[in-house]
Design a protein around this ligand. Structure first.
Ligand code: BGC
Length: 335
């Protein structure tokens, strides 16, 4: 009998605990702990690691005596199935707001269903779901940046540098022979950045000839590999390398360095992100320019939005576009 009472008390205690950490928004007084569950597509992504470091910093600054903020961050190792399981675990663990960087931006339905079932607001970031999926529930948000803007800025910087350095057109045919290093296929930043960089170069009066392109999935080593193949095919004909991010631009530079190319036979290299190593390469004049992907701004926007969604306070001050979107501006970075 006594044993039974202890078990019942145990169950009641667990239920009470669950109630405390449970995920129903209406149960949360505004000063209660904010518990943010984060999952991102791959823990080896340089830009996202820097963004999430900024996010942790934001959270530390947000905490006060009576405002406790917990955050759990998990990397999904490139598997959507793993990420779906992580979301379930984060919910079971008591999070009351989710930040998700989808592995497959076209496959968010299972995560949206889970969030809706437990009534937990969901902020997608960096990998933008397609517009129809954002309509699946009204508690979905997106924080990121406008891919078109980054491509246009990259093209404009490249055009400026080319105009100032006519010797870039080594074979003097009046055209710039270029190659592109592309991120993951299907990522909004891959196609749109490439198209708009090329468009901006042309609009700024630069005649172009595309020699080739390589898919390198945002990754430095893969880019080095693709670039080595393109160099062996085109040798010194390549005058410009447009990379969809800094890591891939650095991979291209690695390929040339390994082949001991001299300054006068190197192409121009442009990236996007302004990662720590990317900015260092610009300072050292290895990278000719980049476009700053405002990780501090995105991290701050995510933290503020997460807080507002849990506490219900301050949401009306958030400058949404289309009611659910926050796009932080890019900025040009030149030597
Ligand atoms: C960044 C890349 C990053 C990718 C991950 C892009 O916005 O520019 O560096 O790898 O997002 O989704």
């Amino acid at each position: 009998m006594r044993k039974k009472n202890i078990i019942t008390a145990g169950i009641l205690f667990c239920m009470a605990l669950q109630g405390l950490s449970g995920c129903k928004k209406q149960d949360l007084p505004s000063q209660q702990a904010i518990y943010i569950g984060v999952t991102y597509y791959d823990q080896s992504d340089i830009f996202l690691n820097e963004l999430l470091d900024c996010f942790k910093e934001e959270i530390r600054e947000m905490e006060t005596e009576d405002k406790k903020v917990n955050v759990t961050i998990q990397g999904a190792g490139g598997s959507q199935k793993t990420q779906n399981d992580q979301v379930k675990e984060l919910i079971d663990g008591g999070c009351n707001v989710l930040c998700v960087n989808l592995v497959d931006r076209t496959d968010p339905s299972e995560i949206i269903d889970l969030a809706r079932d437990y009534d937990i607001p969901l902020i997608f970031f960096n990998r933008e779901p397609v517009a129809e999926d954002m309509q699946q529930w009204d508690n979905l948000y997106y924080v990121g940046a406008d891919a078109k803007e980054s491509g246009t800025m990259q093209g404009e910087i490249a055009a400026d540098v080319i105009k100032k350095n006519p010797q870039i057109d080594r074979n003097k045919d009046g055209k710039i022979q270029y190659v592109v290093l592309e991120g993951e296929p299907g990522h909004q930043d891959t196609i749109i950045r490439t198209e708009n960089a090329v468009e901006a170069l042309k609009e700024n009066g630069i005649e172009l000839e595309k020699l080739s392109y390589g898919l390198a999935n945002w990754n430095r080593a893969q880019a080095e590999n693709r670039m080595s193949q393109m160099i062996s095919q085109y040798q010194t004909k390549i005058e410009l390398v447009l990379a969809n991010n800094d890591e891939m631009a650095l991979g291209a530079i690695d390929a040339y360095e390994k082949l001991n190319y001299t300054e006068s036979t190197l192409p121009l290299f442009f990236g996007i992100d302004g990662t720590d190593v990317g900015l260092k390469a610009v300072r050292e004049s290895k990278l000719d320019g980049t476009v700053y992907n405002d990780k501090e701004g995105q991290a701050e926007a995510m933290a503020k939005l997460a807080e507002a969604l849990v506490t219900g306070e301050g949401i009306e001050e958030i400058p949404f576009e289309n009611q659910r979107y926050l796009y932080l501006p890019y900025a040009k970075v030149l030597e």
